[in-house]
Unconditional design. Structure first.
Length: 277
């Protein structure tokens, strides 16, 4: 009998208390283990994760107190550890605001079982956007934010990494985990129905924490390259301004997040597409 795919996710997260529980509960349905590094966490994210671990979720919770945002080095090191000690079939670098989903007619596990093992598989983002019509009394982000961009331009993707590529001693994950570098492999697979529901901006408080604290750590990295995490840099001044970010402005910011500036108004349309919980 063929062995079921074993999948381990690796995550670098910070202050994600508003979404971390949904992140674990939703994604764990299709993962065998989740390893989460909490970087300089100041909110209740760790407490939430520890509680979920006590409930029986397969979590490995770690901490990183470095002032520098060294996601690439930390997750590359973790990927190599997972390969040598846990031997999964797949490794999935996943941010705490990303949810693995599949279009109708199949299941996530069925899709994964058919993925090629000689190359990475690109999993496209579908970015969700808060709007003034959202029900602020709903604490679950997945139930509150139900509109997403119709167009992703550029179309960013994350990757499923097969063990055979992850074992390559030259393989490494660059900042953002949008590709696997250092390996000679065929072009990424795009023939599948998987996608990542992406919730990068969720509230004024969350946005300010994400940008102000995250950007400070990022620019402290001596290996930082110009233009990296440009979407944070564009928001630093506004998030540092104490003037209230209205719900209308939050929607506008979320629509433009990691989005080409020369897109037409038609490209910025939203569609109501709630996740099935």
């Amino acid at each position: 009998m063929e062995r079921k795919p074993s999948i381990i996710s690796i995550t670098w997260a910070r202050n994600e208390e508003d979404i971390i529980e949904s992140f674990v509960r939703r994604n764990c349905e299709n993962l065998d283990k989740m390893i989460i590094i909490l970087h300089k966490t100041e909110d209740s994210s760790r407490d939430i994760l520890e509680r979920l671990k006590q409930e029986g979720f397969p979590l490995d919770i770690r901490g990183d107190s470095s002032p520098v945002h060294r996601q690439s080095k930390a997750l590359t090191r973790l990927m190599r550890e997972v390969v040598s000690e846990l031997h999964p079939q797949w490794i999935l670098p996943l941010d705490a605001d990303e949810f693995l989903c599949v279009d109708g007619g199949t299941t996530i596990k069925q899709e994964i079982s058919g993925l090629p093992k000689d190359r990475v598989t690109n999993i496209p983002w579908r970015t969700y956007v808060p709007t003034p019509a959202d029900d602020d009394s709903e604490s679950d982000v997945l139930l509150r934010i139900i509109n997403r961009r119709v167009v992703e331009s550029p179309q960013y993707c994350k990757i499923f990494v097969p063990i055979e590529l992850a074992k390559n001693i030259n393989a490494y994950l660059p900042l953002g985990n949008h590709e696997l570098c250092g390996v000679d492999a065929p072009s990424p697979n795009i023939d599948h129905s998987l996608y990542l529901a992406h919730f990068p901006i969720r509230s004024e408080k969350q946005l300010r924490n994400k940008i102000i604290k995250g950007w400070k750590s990022h620019i402290s990295d001596p290996d930082r390259q110009e233009g990296q995490i440009y979407q944070w840099e564009e928001l630093v001044d506004r998030c540092g301004d104490p003037k209230k970010i209205t719900r209308e402005e939050l929607e506008k910011i979320a629509k433009a997040y990691a989005f080409r500036r020369d897109n037409s108004p038609e490209d910025c349309r939203l569609i109501c597409d709630p996740l099935t919980i």
